[in-house]
Design a protein around this ligand. Structure first.
Ligand code: R2B
Ligand code: URA
Length: 327
């Protein structure tokens, strides 16, 4: 059986069920409401220490702390995810002072985590390795907490391709730097290929929500995920550059023709891990610049701040609608 197959939730993959090198893994089991972990070794752990969160199954009552979570929102910056938690606190009119929201991961400086009602807001740092570590521990946390019907959202920033800066891109497919909807993970020296499919209905629902927010331009498009911000995204302004302006533009044009509308650095692994674990997921990133027009982010700080609030506003509106409290 290949990775992702099988019918039952929970710890339902055996260690020998790897995907052969370079092959695509099949679809995950029919989605049910539980959070899946795909690791049978977890059964034999007496205690699971979520090291980078400074949480554990022995030291913390995870079901009590997190069991009611329905929406998990992740983003690169700790400050932005604190601001998002405060926005949700205000929007859901939760009791208590918005300034008293505490970082649950304060015991470590790797990630920040805030819980506001049924919403968890968490930072993931920059790049695939950073978000991947966070997602392993986050998915285990949701599993140990016995959460059900959870949705995950990545809200972030990106470089746009052929779009006005400030446009919000809701990801259709997360693609690699060759525009393929796949994520490659090296495991024991072999390459495992995982699908980066996201939930299309969720993307459509988010697009409909965006139409209800004044002055918020949003589209659905493919998002390219790279391992680097500079050469990896075809920038001419890094410390190293091995290509010409014409070659850069040629690459961006090819990306555009393939359906790519923005570039960032986490979406493929985010989509792949959520897909395998049966979690509904969406990626919503604002574009900070149009990469056909340049590489440097020279927009004034206050404008960038406002842009970064757009994915937050959209997901906050979505959550309120789902909870039946939107105006
Ligand atoms: C978007 O912005 C960051 C780089 O500036 C990176 O984390 C990403 O995906
Ligand atoms: N984040 C990226 O990864 N690329 C950009 O161009 C802007 C933000």
């Amino acid at each position: 059986m290949l990775e992702g197959e099988g019918t039952h939730p929970g710890r339902d993959a055996s260690p020998s069920q790897g995907t052969p090198s370079g092959t695509r893994s099949p679809d995950p089991p029919e989605r049910d409401e539980a959070v899946h972990v795909k690791n049978p070794h977890l059964d034999s752990l007496e205690e699971d220490i979520l090291y980078h969160f400074n949480l554990g199954t022995r030291t913390h009552n995870l079901p009590e702390m997190f069991g009611d979570i329905k929406f998990v929102c992740v983003g690169g910056s700790a400050n932005r995810m604190k601001a998002f938690a405060q926005l949700i606190h205000r929007e859901l009119v939760l009791p208590g002072d918005v300034n008293d929201i505490q970082d649950i991961c304060a015991g470590t400086d790797r990630y920040s985590m805030y819980k506001v009602g049924p919403v968890l807001s968490m930072s993931h740092g920059m790049g695939i390795p950073s978000i991947s570590i966070m997602l392993h521990e986050l998915i285990k946390l949701l599993y140990h907490a016995r959460c059900r019907d959870v949705m995950l959202f990545r809200i972030g920033t990106s470089g746009g391709i052929g779009l006005a800066p400030g446009t919000v891109v809701i990801t259709d497919k997360a693609v690699d730097s060759s525009f393929r909807p796949r994520f490659e993970q090296v495991v024991l020296g072999n390459v495992i290929v995982r699908s980066t499919e996201l939930d299309k209905d969720l993307a459509q629902e988010l697009l409909s929500c965006s139409a209800e927010i004044p002055d918020l331009a949003a589209i659905i498009g493919d998002t390219m995920c790279t391992y680097d911000f500079y050469e990896g995204q075809g920038r001419l302004d890094g410390a190293l550059c091995s290509f010409s302006q014409e070659e850069k533009l040629d690459y961006l044009r090819k990306a555009y023709r393939a359906g790519v509308r923005n570039i960032e650095m986490e979406s493929t692994v985010f989509a792949a891990m959520c897909h395998v674990c049966g979690l509904k997921a969406a990626v919503i990133c604002v574009t900070l610049l149009n990469r056909f027009e340049g590489d440097q982010i020279s927009t004034p700080h206050d404008v960038l701040q406002e842009y970064q609030q757009r994915p937050q506003c959209l997901v906050a509106h979505f959550i309120k609608k789902r909870l039946g409290i939107a105006k």
